[in-house]
Write a protein that binds this ligand. Structure first.
Ligand SMILES: Cc1ncc(C[n+]2csc(CCOP(=O)(O)OP(=O)(O)O)c2C)c(N)n1
Ligand SMILES: [Mg+2]
Length: 545
């Protein structure tokens, strides 16, 4: 069997259903021969974002795989892999390599060398018979420990070489580790002793599929829950104990509770300091449970810490906390819920004029509010983009089911959301998959709307077009005034139609809901839809500096 066919065969045994890629790479043809659906994008970055969403939406049970050519393909993929690294997403990246006689000669691009710092595992294969071992190593790394991209560079000539009969492959195991029982006991005691504990859940809860345990612990402790952007949807935001999610913009109830908390318990999170996450108050007492010891005591000092899988950690904590509480809550929940409700209603009444504004150009908040109240939230997967759309949607969107919001932002590449929505739709075809983005974001990856049309991936794309990079207005005053440097333009509804999709431009508030309904109907018929809402250059966010 040729090495390319061996790779395809191994992908099949690892449960890979789609190979997303861009030519030339012989693995693409071999995958099609092995009945793995091949999906060809218009640029590598979007393909990586799609693979990324396949992994996210399945908690890493189905690993997203992307293949591209040596040289330009590998060079052009850098952004997509870097974004997956930043946000800790487990994907397998299969770049071709220059033929072995030229493999490590300048100026030829070496994926092995250049991807070292944005992968957790990178290998260059130089002998055909080593292909099964290299793939075993890559899949073992991607399925275990800290989720992050892995890469196997396969030289072009090697992929056409025979691998001798007798090779074998066993799919990589998924192994979990649990924290030290002595530390669990200490942390449980601290949680029970705390007067105002807050639980901060990260995406480790999604990867461990530990949503039930998270909720059980919150209800037992009667502790309010927030999440990181990446962890958003790990806890139902309509639950009386929910504070909403963290992010750059946050709710008043979250801000208030964090600042009054006497113990913040982070589970499955890194506590990394970032512009796109809620900062922990100075001097806060922190208990930190995470899979990766490299995150303990990194950005915040942890008074108590646990290392292990979020599911096993929560299981162990639940036993200890139950034991200490005699098996039942102490009767605090009602008061906590009342305080949350009061703060939430103050906060929402302050925002209601923006969320229901009857103005044109449209308030982006009105578009988001109408979208939230038109779709079936439990059966929708939504993602934001970089820039204002992220900060406008994340505090107000209330997910009610796990893995229905793809939050991101350890790095924030404009245009990421489109590929995420497409990958989500591939992994969860029965869900309505939406990306909300601005007109700067579509400039990066918009052409891949054509991929959605051609590959029959019927997503709903919600574009907030304000003909501007509005978020930069404040910091580019002179350049804007002298050279119009923050202005951008385009007619994206026509663009979507020209690419074969459904496109509509919406300018009036009363047209928002009917247009959303028409677009959803189109996606049900199999046609991707793009709604272009003409919005104001809004620069107001729910910030608590
Ligand atoms: C690849 C990349 N380059 C630059 C940025 C910095 N950046 C963040 S948001 C933004 C402009 C956003 O404009 P738009 O998407 O139209 O949203 P608006 O603020 O106008 O609502 C820029 C330049 C980025 N996030 N990603
Ligand atoms: Mg804009």
């Amino acid at each position: 069997m040729k090495a390319a066919a061996v790779v395809a065969n191994i992908l099949k045994r690892e449960g890979v259903e789609f190979l997303i890629g861009y030519p030339v790479n012989p693995i693409i043809e071999a995958a099609a021969e092995a009945d793995i659906r091949t999906i060809i994008v218009r640029q590598e970055r979007t393909g990586l974002h799609m693979a990324d969403a396949v992994s996210r939406i399945t908690s890493g049970e189905r690993i997203g795989v992307f293949a591209m050519q040596h040289g330009p393909g590998a060079e052009n993929s850098f952004g997509g892999v870097a974004q997956a690294f930043g946000d800790s997403v487990p994907i397998v990246v299969l770049p071709g390599g220059y033929p072995r006689k030229l493999l490590n000669l300048p100026p030829n691009f070496s994926s092995f060398l250049n991807y070292q710092h944005i992968t957790k595992w990178a290998e260059q294969v130089i002998a055909a018979e080593a292909v099964p071992d290299a793939m075993r190593r890559a899949f073992t790394q991607v399925r275990n420990g800290r989720p992050r991209p892995v890469l196997v560079e396969l030289p072009y000539d090697l992929l056409h070489e025979e691998v001798a009969d007798g090779w074998s492959y066993t799919p990589a195991p998924q192994l979990r580790s649990a924290p030290d029982p002595k530390d669990v006991s200490q942390l449980a005691a601290a949680l029970v002793a705390a007067e105002r504990p807050v639980i901060y859940a990260g995406q480790g809860v999604h990867y461990a599929r530990a949503w039930t345990q998270l909720r059980a612990l919150a209800e037992l402790l009667e502790a309010p829950v927030t999440t990181s952007l990446q962890g958003k949807s790990a806890f139902p935001e309509t639950h009386p104990l929910s504070l909403g999610s963290g992010g750059r913009s946050v709710s008043k109830q979250l801000h208030t509770f964090l600042h009054k908390s006497d113990l913040i318990f982070g589970i499955g999170c890194s506590f990394s300091v970032t512009n796109y996450g809620v900062n922990m108050p100075k001097g806060a007492r922190i208990a930190h449970a995470t899979l990766d010891p490299a995150d303990i005591n990194k950005d915040v000092r942890a008074e108590l810490a646990l290392v292990g899988d979020a599911g096993l950690t929560l299981d162990a904590l639940l036993l200890e906390v139950r034991d200490r509480l005699g098996g039942k809550p102490r009767g605090r929940a009602e008061a906590v819920a009342r305080e949350i409700k009061q703060l939430k209603s103050e906060w929402l009444s302050q925002w209601m004029p923006r969320l229901t504004a009857n103005t044109a150009p449209l308030s982006p908040y009105r578009v988001i509010w109408d979208l939230l109240h038109t779709v079936d939230v439990a059966n929708t997967i939504i993602t934001h983009d970089a820039g204002s759309p992220r900060d406008q949607i994340s505090p107000f969107w209330e997910p009610v089911a796990p893995l229905t919001y793809i939050g991101w932002g350890k790095t924030t590449q404009l245009g990421y959301g489109l590929g995420l929505a497409m990958g989500a739709k591939l992994a969860a075809p029965d869900k309505l998959c939406i990306n909300v983005w601005g007109d700067a974001a579509i400039g990066f990856t918009g052409m891949d709307f054509e991929t959605a049309v051609r590959e029959r991936i019927p997503i709903l794309s919600v574009l907030l077009n304000n003909f501007s990079m509005a978020i930069e207005l404040k910091i580019m005053k002179v350049a804007t005034e002298k050279y119009r440097s923050t202005d951008i333009s385009g007619n994206y509804a026509d663009f979507a139609k020209a690419l074969g999709g459904w496109g509509e431009r919406v300018t009036e508030p009363g047209e928002i809901v009917p247009a959303i309904k028409r677009a959803i109907a189109k996606t049900r018929e199999g046609t991707p839809a793009l709604l272009e809402f003409i919005t104001e250059k809004a620069v107001d966010f729910s910030l608590f500096p």
